[in-house]
Design a protein around this ligand. Structure first.
Ligand code: KG4
Ligand code: ZN
Length: 346
């Protein structure tokens, strides 16, 4: 089955053609350079950029693959979660194509898309498995038991871990997005130099909380700067690296502890890591230290947002006969998207 994928939920505009488990082409345009100056994604600018770039990328996709729209079997588009204006652009574009070429249309849950990215790299992967979904918008532990759908067994009660990386990076005066900056600088720091809290580590659930960590870093910074009075106001590079490494270690400790605890409790030996933070080199290193589980980590280009994962999830849905009509609407909120009876832990 050959499916066109369209992704516009946040700040990546992407179109892809996927045939079963094979990526024919996956074009991603990142808006990061535009949002960088604002220190975060500006929703209206994101929507306008999608509107500008999506048709251009689509034409480029057809040219690169030498395919005609008539040849595809269906259109899969991210319906949410994400920024409403951004989602509207992708969904409208997908509807237009479905109408013009009379092709089946299916709306895809972006989170499910991240899970499906793994089938593109590990076609042999089969449920059951546990997913640690770590992005700028979500931190979730999911249980996948069948070919589609999932049960949420844990989530962050406040900031997502990617968001915490970005906010802590900003406090430390590093660039945006903060995750890769902290990852880089932490290599020169001592992860035990500062002891930051491991929130919810001892709680009897699989939930996370990251906003307190950001506050702890802020207080530590204020304390360090006070001691500097009279000298230059700037902290040394070594101290900034120590702070970054220590904060990163605190977040990773909780992620690794909770996801392995969840897998153990559910008697599942396979753990899939998905989302932008899966690119973190220290997280990848720490996972390699345990041989109790088999870990699946997508390559970096499939960890971040892309349309290939949406097309792959769409193939699964279309094969099972799921389609949407032209009434398809974006669903920006993850917790409103999933049925309450799938929230095992809430
Ligand atoms: O999944 P993603 O590309 O977009 C969504 O949020 O859906 O994730 C982006 C997040 C950002 O917060 C970014 O700082 C974080 O992933 N990130 C990282 C790394 N690369 C990206 N966090 C830690 N270490 C990294 N190497
Ligand atoms: Zn994402």
């Amino acid at each position: 089955m050959l499916v066109l994928g369209i992704e516009t939920s946040c700040d990546e505009t992407s179109v892809a053609l996927v045939e079963d488990n094979v990526i024919v082409e996956n074009l991603v345009y990142s808006q990061i350079e535009i949002h960088k100056v604002f220190g975060g994604v500006v929703p209206e600018i994101a929507a306008r950029e999608h509107l500008k770039k999506l048709p251009i990328l689509f034409v480029e996709l057809l040219e690169k693959t030498n395919l005609r729209v008539e040849e595809i079997d269906g259109i899969a588009v991210t319906k949410g979660p994400g920024l409403i204006g951004a989602l509207l652009v992708g969904v409208s574009f997908a509807k237009g194509l479905a109408l013009r070429y009379n092709k089946p249309l299916v709306g895809v849950n972006h989170i499910e898309g991240h899970v499906f990215a793994n089938y593109l790299v590990y076609p042999e992967l089969k449920p059951p498995f546990i997913v640690l979904m770590v992005s700028g918008g979500h931190t979730l532990i999911l249980k996948v038991e069948r070919g589609e759908g999932f049960t949420m067994i844990g989530r962050s009660v406040d900031d997502a871990v990617g968001e915490a990386f970005d906010k802590i990076a900003r406090l430390l005066g590093l660039g945006y997005p903060g995750g890769p900056e902290i990852d880089k600088i932490a290599k020169f720091g001592n992860p035990s130099a500062f002891h930051f809290p491991r929130p919810k580590l001892q709680d009897n659930d699989y939930d996370f909380s990251f906003s307190g960590l950001k506050t702890a870093v802020l207080y530590e910074l204020q304390r360090l700067k006070k001691n500097l009075s009279g000298e230059s106001e700037k902290l040394s590079d070594k101290i900034v690296a120590d702070l970054a490494a220590s904060a990163q270690e605190a977040m990773i400790d909780v992620l690794v502890y909770k996801v392995t605890k969840a897998a153990r409790a559910h008697g599942i030996g396979k753990i899939v890591i998905a989302g932008g933070v899966a690119a973190n080199s220290r997280l990848r290193e720490r996972l390699k230290e345990t041989s109790e589980f088999e870990f699946f980590l997508p390559p970096l280009n499939l960890c971040s947002d892309n349309a290939a994962m949406i097309a792959r999830a769409g193939i699964e849905l279309l094969k099972k006969g799921h389609t949407d009509d032209l009434k398809l609407e974006p669903e920006p909120n993850f917790f409103e998207m999933i049925k309450p009876n799938t929230l095992e832990n809430t």
